[in-house]
Design a protein around this ligand. Structure first.
Ligand SMILES: *Cc1c(COP(=O)(O)O)cnc(C)c1O
Length: 414
C-alpha cells in the first residue's frame, strides 16, 4: 500500500476507522457496508476524468470509456427500478433533491413535504435548508394517534394549499408508503409527485417494499443506504421527464460528474439484480421486525408500534432518558445508533426523545434473528443503566465477540 508510506497519518486513521467498523454494531439505519468490488471501482482511475455533459454529448474530449461506464450504469438503473429514465450523476441525496426541485419548480413555488420531526428529511422543507429558504414549504404530519400517514388528511391539506409538488419518502418512518394514494392526491391538485426513496431503495430493488415507479413523476434516491452502493445518488422517472431531469442535474446544479462513483454505482446495481440481494432485502426486514418485537417485549415503546421496513423508532419517554444520552451510552458500549426526534417531540432535534435503529448493516454482516434478540437485550440493558460503567464495558466485550463471529471484508487492509 502506497498510502502507508506517503501519508502515515491518514493511513493510520483509516486503519483505526476500519478496526472500529469491524468491532462495533452499526444500527444506523442509513449506513451499510459496500462490497469490495464497489470500493475498488470507487478507488479507480475514473476519478481522473472530466466528463461534464452526458454520454455522447460531453464538453471534454477523451471520454470513450467513461461514456460506456456511465451508459452501463444508466441501463442497469433503469432495469433495476423499472423506469424509463435514469440520471446517475447526483453527488448525494441532497444534491439529487436540489436538482429535482430545479427541474420541476421555480424559486418561491409552494410544495408539501413531511415535517422533519415526523420523519421527513432536511431537504423536504426545513427552514434552515435551501428547500425551506428558496421555496414555500408546507409541512404535513403523521396522525397523532396512529403515528402513521393519514392519506385523507394529506389530501384535504393538499386541496387547501394547492402545492406545485408533493414529496413522499422519508428518513425515519417505520411503515411502508402507499404511493398510489400519493398519486391520487397529486392528480387531485395537479401537483408533481416526487418520491425520495433514499432510505429504502434497496428494499424496493429487492422487491420487499412498494415501488413508486408506476406512479411518481420523479424519484430521487441515495445509493449508499439500503442499496449498499457507493456514497452518491440517482434520479429516476418516466421517459418523458428525462430531459427535464437531466437539465436539472447538469447544467442546472452540478458540474463534472464523479465518474469513479458512477462506475461503483454500476457495480452496485449489478449486485442488486442478483438473487442474493432479494434474500438480503428480505432478511433486513425480518431482522427489523424481530428487533422491534424483542424491544417491545422488553418494555420499550416504538413509534407506530412496529416496523414493516428496515428502520424502527424507539420512544424513550417512559424510560426517562433522552435520545442524546441513550446514543452516548450505547456508543460507549460499541452499539452505534442515532438519536432522532419522534412525532410531536417536545425536545430539540439536538437532544430528542427518540432513538432510530436500522438493520441494513448488521444484515450485510450476516446477522439473523438470534443476533437481533441478543442485540435487543444489550440495548435495553444499557438504556436502563446508562451510567453503569462496568455494565457498558461488559456489553462492549460482548459486542466485540459477536462482531468477531460476523467479520467484514476479510483481507482488505483498510
Ligand atoms: C439520506 C437522505 C437524503 C440525503 O442524502 P445525503 O446523501 O446525505 O445528502 C435525502 N432524502 C432522504 C429521504 C434521505 O433519507
Amino acid at each position: 500500500m502506497k498510502l502507508k508510506e506517503t501519508d502515515s497519518a491518514i493511513y493510520g486513521l483509516l486503519r483505526e476507522e476500519f478496526d472500529y467498523q469491524k468491532s462495533t454494531l452499526r444500527l444506523i439505519a442509513s449506513e451499510n457496508y459496500t462490497s469490495k468490488a464497489v470500493m475498488e471501482a470507487t478507488g479507480s482511475v475514473a476519478t481522473n476524468k472530466y466528463a461534464e455533459g452526458y454520454p455522447g454529448k460531453r464538453y471534454y474530449a477523451g471520454n470513450q470509456y467513461i461514456d460506456q461506464i456511465e451508459e452501463l450504469a444508466i441501463e442497469r438503473a433503469k432495469k433495476l427500478f423499472n423506469v424509463g429514465h435514469a440520471n446517475v450523476q447526483p453527488h448525494s441525496g441532497s444534491s439529487a433533491n436540489i436538482a429535482a426541485f430545479f427541474s420541476f419548480l421555480e424559486p418561491g413555488d409552494k410544495f408539501m413535504g413531511l415535517e422533519l420531526p415526523h420523519g421527513g428529511h432536511l431537504t423536504h422543507g426545513s427552514p434552515v435548508n435551501f428547500s425551506g429558504k428558496w421555496f414555500r414549504a408546507v409541512a404535513y404530519g403523521v396522525d397523532k394517534e396512529t403515528e402513521a400517514l393519514d392519506y385523507d388528511a394529506i389530501k384535504k391539506q393538499a386541496i387547501e394549499e394547492k402545492p406545485k409538488l408533493i414529496i413522499c419518502g422519508y428518513t425515519a418512518y417505520p411503515l411502508m408508503i402507499d404511493f398510489k394514494a400519493f398519486r391520487e392526491i397529486c392528480d387531485e391538485v395537479g401537483a408533481v409527485m416526487m418520491a425520495d426513496i433514499s432510505h429504502f431503495a434497496g428494499l424496493v430493488a429487492g422487491g420487499v417494499y412498494n415501488s413508486p415507479a408506476p406512479y411518481a413523476d420523479v424519484i430521487t434516491s441515495t445509493t449508499h443506504k439500503t442499496l449498499r452502493g457507493p456514497r452518491g445518488a440517482i434520479i429516476l422517472g418516466p421517459e418523458e421527464n428525462g430531459k427535464k431531469i437531466d437539465k436539472g442535474v447538469f447544467p442546472g446544479t452540478q458540474g463534472g460528474p464523479l465518474e469513479h462513483v458512477i462506475a461503483a454505482k454500476a457495480v452496485c446495481f449489478h449486485e442488486a439484480m442478483q438473487p442474493e440481494f432479494k434474500e438480503y432485502a428480505t432478511q433486513i426486514v425480518k431482522n427489523a421486525k424481530v428487533l422491534a418485537e424483542e424491544l417491545v417485549s422488553l418494555g420499550l415503546r416504538l413509534v407506530a408500534g412496529k416496523t414493516n421496513t428496515h428502520v424502527l423508532l424507539v420512544d424513550l419517554n417512559q424510560k426517562g432518558i433522552t435520545g442524546k444520552d441513550a446514543q452516548a451510552a450505547l456508543e460507549e458500549a460499541g452499539i452505534i445508533t442515532n438519536r432522532n426526534t419522534i412525532p410531536f417531540d417536545t425536545r430539540s432535534p439536538f437532544v430528542t426523545s427518540g432513538l432510530r435503529l436500522g438493520t441494513p448493516a448488521l444484515t450485510t454482516r450476516g446477522m439473523k434473528e438470534d443476533e437481533m434478540k441478543h442485540i435487543a437485550r444489550m440495548i435495553v440493558k444499557v438504556i436502563e443503566n446508562p451510567n453503569d460503567s462496568e455494565l457498558k464495558l461488559k456489553v462492549r466485550s460482548e459486542v466485540e465477540e459477536l462482531c468477531g463471529k460476523f467479520p467484514i471484508y476479510g483481507d482488505v487492509s483498510y
